[in-house]
Design a binder for this molecule. Structure first.
Ligand SMILES: [Zn+2]
Length: 314
């Protein structure tokens, strides 16, 4: 898609519950400068918005106001895209149902785009990451929860309100683990870093183990190692069920996975791919043109995507 407005650089912001990052990124995808800081949770809404505005002002001051294409902000939560607010912000409760986009735009005197963080990450992977060569992809971020972003025709698929792509809350185990969203058996309750940690606890492998630690354990030639490998296989089966559904719906060429579980790829990927192949005729019929692969930008994906929003939205 050709940008109508060819400015030199854009500013992307990744706003999380514990920290935020902002970066000036040029049209070619080169990071000119990055800033990070702690999200002043205790200070509340005013302190957090003030810190973000300050970071953006600093970048704009150093890289120029005339050549700035725009500002994109990625944040976890259900985004009401038309109104520009976060309908459900578990990590940032004081920003919930507050006009974040318009308030930032007012203080900065320029247009601001607010977007779900996983959608922004998917766009980042499409722009400069593992999805560069395709126009259609799905990204799943497998971390504390499971975020989803869908890129169709090079653009974010948002749905009517802006809440499309909540793949983490699709059912993979009917009657499975209860989820905060009200459903049972959500993907994020069966295939997130948190679910791996919970399974390790239930199997008496350790309390509050990180997904990385369970991945390390899976390498052991012991009873513990055996149990850890079972966890990753169950994880892979749940993830595979979700991916089979996605392949059936979209027939996209690429499905990317990112997040804290990637170090265990070798332990969950065989069960995942076997499950996708078994459950999805479309997957089998489109080999080798349907790929499931690790994303490549890691935590940077959301920053790139947030910055790129300005060029997509003009
Ligand atoms: Zn859910």
């Amino acid at each position: 898609m050709m940008p109508v407005y060819m400015a030199d650089y854009s500013i992307g912001v990744d706003l999380g519950g514990t920290n935020f990052r902002a970066a000036a990124i040029d049209r070619g995808g080169k990071v000119l400068e990055g800033i990070s800081g702690a999200t002043n949770f205790a200070g509340g809404r005013e302190a957090v918005l003030g810190d973000i505005v300050e970071a953006i002002e600093a970048l704009r001051g150093r890289h120029g106001r005339q050549t700035l294409a725009g500002i994109g902000v990625g944040v976890a939560g259900f985004i009401r895209i038309r109104e520009g607010f976060i309908a459900n912000a578990n990590n940032l409760p004081y920003l919930e149902n507050f006009p974040v986009r318009d308030e930032l735009a007012r203080r900065l005197g320029t247009k601001v785009i607010l977007e779900n963080d996983a959608n922004a990450a998917a766009l980042g992977e499409k722009w400069v990451g593992a999805g560069k060569s395709v126009d259609d992809l799905v990204l799943l971020t497998l971390g504390t929860g499971v975020g989803g972003g869908i890129i169709s025709g090079g653009k974010i698929l948002r749905g009517a309100v802006g809440m499309a792509g909540e793949i983490g809350h699709t059912t993979v185990v009917p009657g499975g683990n209860p989820c905060g969203c009200g459903n049972q058996g959500c993907l994020e309750k069966h295939a997130s870093a948190t679910s791996v940690s919970a399974m390790a606890g239930m199997m008496h492998l350790g309390v509050d183990m990180s997904a990385r630690a369970v991945a390390e354990m899976a390498r052991l030639d012991s009873e513990e190692g055996q149990k850890a490998r079972v966890i990753w296989r169950v994880f892979g089966e749940s993830l595979g069920a979700a991916l089979a559904t996605l392949v059936n719906i979209f027939n996209f060429p690429l499905y990317l996975l990112s997040g804290g579980v990637l170090p265990a790829w070798e332990f969950f990927a065989p069960a995942m791919l076997e499950t996708v192949a078994r459950r999805s005729f479309t997957y089998r019929a489109t080999q080798p043109d349907t790929r499931i692969a690790p994303a490549t930008l890691g935590n940077e994906a959301g920053l790139y995507g947030a910055a790129y929003l300005s060029w997509l939205e003009e």
